[in-house]
Design a binder for this molecule. Structure first.
Ligand code: GDP
Ligand code: GDP
Length: 436
């Protein structure tokens, strides 16, 4: 269900034509390197697309002038590339042939075991094909003759690249069709079935198992705001015996199962009572499951001014970690403000599926790194080199770093990401891939 954009790293000696090839692949649609401040020159990611498949190209083109020997620099470059990528495009200059440096790269690539596509570049015409064939000797399989400069052979090369990458998302398709899947969860007696009854009262499309194949019998399809929604495991909500008899264990199993199948969770809490540990545990469970989240404070009809005061304090104290989740105050029994649920669900799902373009993300990261560098630890200063959003639902970011970022700094990055790009109603996952 979640999209995952694969990463292709381009490596090769200087002057073999990597930048030219990258420009050909991305069709020069994105900002050139110099326009992205703060991002290390030698590892810049670009959004690319071929045959409707999206992937991220990481150009490892530049060379660190401070590094020592050529072999070491090549090794370092290849290792970063391998770490960062799902597949590697290794570019060799066919007019020069195989050099020692190329062979050093091959050893690293072979050890890493990532899929490799070999480009024999600067094959500008038919005659060059012969030179390209000599690159079979690298032992990396078929060399794809290409002219990055003129475009010759680039279609076949990109076809091979797509084959090497893990299943890339198809840009034309929605992640998954059908009604949105909503789980209503919460501890016993907060008002889950009351809400469900209110929502389903007149517009219930399918109640039970009679309809057979298309609808899972434990779900209900409900029409809200002109659209159909699938409420997950409503049978479990209605079958109240176990919960009522205090078997919290079964309740939490049900919650886990519902979350598993849902896209968005509505956690109901009883606003007339102090937030309990069980409430906050269920809220965390939803966020940790990577689902979009709405928190509904039910039984608002029982909330007076004094209680309202305490609720605000409880929210500040207990719900800071999900401060991004839309909150609604409702009274399920009377239906008061229940109509606000749809807007909250839409907000949460929109945040959940937000994708930030690689260019915008790295412009943002560049600013963040220069304005708020990571604190120095033990004489070293970890640094974000670049990032990509690997998937949506929930938004998942991979940061390629030098050194390991501290948890506090990662939280800071998350906070700034939210300020910059929104992400209301969704947890954000941030993974780092440090290069030591
Ligand atoms: P990088 O250092 O690997 O990024 O290499 P560049 O992309 O900067 O290219 C180095 C030089 O090779 C430039 O002068 C390019 O114009 C040239 N070049 C790149 N691709 C080709 C090609 O397919 N054919 C020819 N004849 N020259 C190329
Ligand atoms: P569940 O166990 O979470 O499904 O909770 P129920 O929907 O069965 O509700 C538990 C109790 O809370 C019932 O007595 C409901 O009538 C009551 N209740 C539900 N919603 C409201 C509400 O908005 N206001 C008030 N005052 N009571 C409610």
């Amino acid at each position: 269900m979640a999209e995952r954009i694969p990463v292709l790293a381009i490596i090769g000696r200087p002057n073999v034509g990597k930048s030219t090839l990258v420009n050909r692949i991305i069709g020069r649609r994105e900002a050139v390197v110099e326009d992205i401040p703060g991002v290390t020159r030698d590892r810049v990611p670009y959004d690319a697309e071929w045959n409707g498949k999206a992937f991220t190209v990481v150009d490892t083109g530049g060379w660190d002038p401070d590094a020592r020997g050529l072999a070491e620099r090549i090794a370092a470059q290849a290792e970063v590339a391998v770490q960062a990528a799902d597949a590697v495009l290794f570019v060799v200059d066919a007019t020069v042939g195989i050099t020692d440096a190329d062979e050093a790269v091959v050893r690293i690539l072979r050890a890493a075991g990532k899929p490799v596509v070999l480009a024999a570049n600067k094959v500008d015409d038919q005659r060059g094909e012969l030179e390209a064939a000599s690159l079979w000797n690298l032992g990396l399989g078929e060399p794809y003759p290409v002219s990055a400069l003129h475009g010759r052979g680039s279609g076949d090369l990109l076809d091979a690249v797509l084959d090497a990458l893990p299943e890339a998302p198809d840009d034309e398709d929605e992640p998954e069709g059908g009604p949105r899947r909503v789980a209503i969860i919460g501890r016993p007696n907060v008002g889950k079935s009351s809400l469900l009854n209110k929502l389903a009262r007149e517009d219930r499309v399918v109640v039970d198992d009679a309809s057979g194949t298309t609808v899972d019998p434990v779900d209900e399809l409900v029409e809200l705001g002109g659209r159909t929604w699938r409420f997950i495991d409503t049978a479990g909500i209605r079958r109240r015996v176990r919960e009522a008899s205090g078997h919290e264990y079964y309740a939490s199993l049900r919650t886990g199962g519902a979350l598993e199948r849902a896209e968005v969770a509505v956690v109901i809490v009883d606003a007339s009572q102090t937030l309990s540990e069980q409430d906050t545990r269920i809220i965390s469970q939803a966020a940790e499951a990577g689902r979009a989240l709405v928190v509904a404070f039910n039984k608002w009809d029982l909330v007076d001014d004094e209680r309202r005061y305490y609720i605000e304090r409880e929210i500040e104290r207990e719900l800071v970690q999900v401060a991004w989740a839309p909150r609604i105050n409702i009274a399920a029994r009377t239906g008061w403000h229940v109509d606000r649920l749809v807007r909250a669900l839409d907000t949460a799902l929109e945040g959940w599926e937000t994708r930030v373009g690689t260019g915008a993300l790295n412009a943002f990261l560049g600013r963040l790194v220069s304005e708020h560098p990571h604190p120095v630890r033990g004489g070293k200063q970890p640094k974000i080199l670049f990032g990509t959003q690997a998937s949506t639902a929930p938004p998942t970011f991979i940061l390629f770093t030098s050194g390991k970022l501290e948890a506090g700094y990662l939280r800071f990055v998350e906070r700034r990401l939210r300020e910059e790009f929104g992400f209301a109603g969704t947890p954000i996952h941030i993974q780092q891939r440090p290069r030591e």
